[in-house]
Design a binder for this molecule. Sequence first.
Ligand SMILES: *Cc1c(COP(=O)(O)O)cnc(C)c1O
Length: 376
Amino acid sequence: MMNPQSCTPSEPYRGLIHRYGFRLDIEGKESPITLHEGNTPLIETPRLADRIVPGGRLFVKYEGLNPTGSFKDRGMTTAMTQAVHEGAKAVICASTGNTAASAAAYAARAGITCAVLIPNGNVALGKLAGALAYGAKVIAIDGSFDDGLRIVRELEGVSGLAVVNSVNPARLQGQKTAAWEVCDQLGDFPDWLCLPVGNAGNISAYWMGFQECQAGKCGGLDCQACGRVRAPERGLPRLLGAQAAGAAPLVLGHPVAKPETKATAIRIGNPARGDQALRAIAESNGHLCAVTDEEIFQAYGKVAKAEGVFCEPSSAAGIAGLRQAVKEGKIDPKGKTFVCVLTGHGMKDPDSVLSSGAQIHKAAADMASVLKEIER
Ligand SMILES: *Cc1c(COP(=O)(O)O)cnc(C)c1O
């Protein structure tokens, strides 16, 4: 019982390390660098369930509500806390956008320098704006995310510089807490957890989190710090990982030299944690699939219009993958509970809304013209 107050429900929420620190394997927990990330809602989406998992229940874990708009903040609080503890004066990462925005914010919070490598021209506007606003040195390279990550890994070991990509184990320590929250909010394991797979850190972290939850080593269902013990009734969830068809190295079984997809957060051809992700999917008796940009954008539009939940295109890949698997008869949804992780907020990527057929009506500035447009 290192920190018995840490999960008293009446205590104001102060971020993941405060909430779950006693279960996180990182250094520097006594001085967390935090923006009060985590504690995101799990929202039931019955209208979407009717369409894609008839007879089942569907929830979305709305990770876009983290402080910088994506789940990356979960891993960044732990990575930044440990980096500062170890004396880092600067952090660096390669990013498709969200890691950059998150690293930039947490570096600002820690008062240290942040450099981010992004693929030139393939980062959503809201992510770029975030990284710049938080004062990071944004370096657009003439190459892909994978090129950026290769360069960053070559810089590993430079004194005072910490790499905060998900190759850094401290990242997964933070990210696994999302699995604990899902268990806690649902009161049990889901039958299936569905999510997009890019560099494959997140799916690996969820699997670690679920396994620890089952072993009674988490701050969720079996919280020994506050004595609240509820054993999960269902077995471990099965993992559904979805890659974009143009960037599907794990589905194809080999790296993709020129990954292409409009879902830029998962535009990755050589995932750093690919083997770990494949193991997690196999161990969970899960499912790995590739979804087209068309399927991704359909799911992206649907979850916003049918449920009022706005995520970025990449985030919808998990929903698209689930829909595909049910349609192909690979998953029988009846009586099952599904959780789809919506990894990032839709407002990160305004261009995707405007370019996916959304239309602005025009009217003269008088009541009759406006009414005519409404009825049209
Ligand atoms: C980073 C990211 C992903 C992919 O996560 P990995 O851990 O790289 O597999 C998916 N969606 C969004 C919005 C992201 O920012």
